[in-house]
Design a protein around this ligand. Structure first.
Ligand code: LLP
Length: 421
């Protein structure tokens, strides 16, 4: 359920008509609904009840906009971060340090130092090599770093290959068969306080079965570790729950189904559970609003050329992702068309032979489910400005990220001294 609905024949975000934002800010522009984000945060938390005191650490990478983080901070969410930049953003948005989990396969010494000095819930370590480095950094600061090992359970997530992370050949995590030895060694390192396990097998999962397989392996590992004398206080179950993109596809499992599965699988673990949802919280809370530049006849179907490009929304070109594309003021007619951007690559194609609303030049279209992994993955390829972002709350709206224009891009470049007059 989201808050992008037709009212009086015009699509609104909550109480605000999308054309109003397009006129005032220009296109392309991302538009987020506060009510949808708040609703998803609550639905997820409620689905976990009656687990005692779980930490829901929103995966900042999905959408790191300051206003989005501040909205979620007010809902009591923590943050899962993977860089010093995300750590700084989470703190700046008011997320308490002890609700921050630091994940990521390539944490640097500087990033470890920053998080140790600022405080955090735990680091999720991905190798023994990383554990040694963190131990050294923490020891030199006179601290003991709270940590968990992220375990690679060797489970195929069944998602797109580029966003599946839990198979043995993926770069992520410590192979489950090496875990016991790693925990034993880590215990000997001064500066390190390993007290948890973590797992994350991929994103946009449309079935609970791989998660169940992974969690079952983690449950068994917790038993083995405890029998070996290790203290395990936390289990971080990662993110990954898929959201609906294509209304014609089967619905992904609901948060309620997920919560039921988690309670069943973790029964008796006696740990604090941590969750890292990203897409589920913000995916359907955002749209990308774009204007039709022109419609060009095609050999088979017309090409709708819109002013958003692959640089603004990379998911279709990167993962062959399907996003619903609808008219803001539907004319009541359907046709079959291709939707493409202005970028000079064939990959700059959002939809091929799509049955959709018929549109003409200057009409507004919007891409649904563009709240997660959308604005944050945008680039300025083809020297296109970086897309602005707008947050709506009821009948109020505000630009929460200004358009980074071409002047700013040119200003950031430098002509070297030897080429200057
Ligand atoms: N935790 C870890 C360690 C992760 O790597 C991720 C996502 C999450 C949590 C959040 O997963 P979620 O709940 O959002 O599925 N750019 C891709 C998705 C990349 C996901 C990366 N990791 C896309 O557009 O589909």
């Amino acid at each position: 359920m989201d808050h992008f609905q037709l009212k009086d024949s015009i699509v609104h975000c909550e109480e605000v008509p999308l054309p109003l934002i397009a006129e005032a800010v220009g296109t392309p522009v991302y538009v987020y609904s506060s009510a949808t984000m708040r609703r998803h945060a609550r639905v997820f938390r409620e689905a976990l009840e009656p687990l005692s005191d779980p930490l829901v650490a929103y995966a900042v990478k999905a959408n790191p906009n300051a206003a989005v983080l501040a909205t979620l901070a007010r809902e009591g969410l923590g943050a899962d971060v993977v860089s010093s930049g995300e750590y700084a953003r989470a703190r700046a948005a008011g997320i308490a340090a002890d609700k921050i989990v630091f994940s990521g396969v390539g944490k640097t010494v500087e990033e470890m130092r920053l998080a140790l000095e600022g405080g955090l819930c735990q680091f999720n370590l991905e190798s023994l090599e990383e554990a040694r480095m963190l131990a050294e950094v923490a020891h030199s600061l006179g601290k003991a770093a709270p940590a968990a090992f992220r375990i690679n359970p060797d489970v195929e997530a069944g998602s797109h290959a580029k966003i599946s992370t839990g198979a043995a050949h993926n770069k992520f995590g410590l192979p489950i068969d090496d875990a016991l030895a790693a925990y034993r060694l880590a215990r000997t390192l001064p500066g390190l306080d390993v007290r948890g396990v973590a797992v994350h097998i991929g994103s946009q999962l449309t079935s609970l079965a791989p998660l169940e397989r992974a969690f079952a392996k983690i449950g068994e590992l917790i038993r083995v570790l405890r029998a070996d004398g290790h203290r395990i206080d936390t289990a971080d179950l990662g993110g990954g729950l898929g959201v609906p993109y294509d209304p014609a596809a089967p619905l992904p499992p609901s948060p309620e189904d997920y919560g039921e599965m988690v309670r069943r699988l973790t029964d008796g673990w006696d740990v604090r559970l941590i969750f890292e949802p990203g897409r589920l919280i913000v995916g359907n809370a955002g749209v990308l609003l774009t204007r039709v530049i022109r419609v060009k006849p095609g050999v088979v179907h017309p090409f709708i050329i819109v002013d958003a490009g692959m640089n603004d929304l990379m998911r279709p070109s990167l993962y062959d992702a399907w996003h619903a594309i609808e008219a803001v003021a539907p004319r009541g007619e359907q046709w079959v068309a291709n939707v493409v951007g202005p970028v000079c690559e064939t990959g700059d194609t959002f939809a091929t032979a799509r049955s959709m609303d018929r549109v003409e030049a200057d009409d507004l279209l919007f891409f649904r489910t563009a709240g997660a992994y959308a604005a944050t993955m945008a680039s300025t390829y083809n020297s296109r400005p970086l897309t602005p972002e707008v947050l709506v709350d009821g009948d109020r709206w505000a630009v929460v990220r200004e358009r980074i224009d071409v002047e700013a891009l040119i200003k950031a470049d430098r002509i070297p001294y030897w080429m200057q007059p």
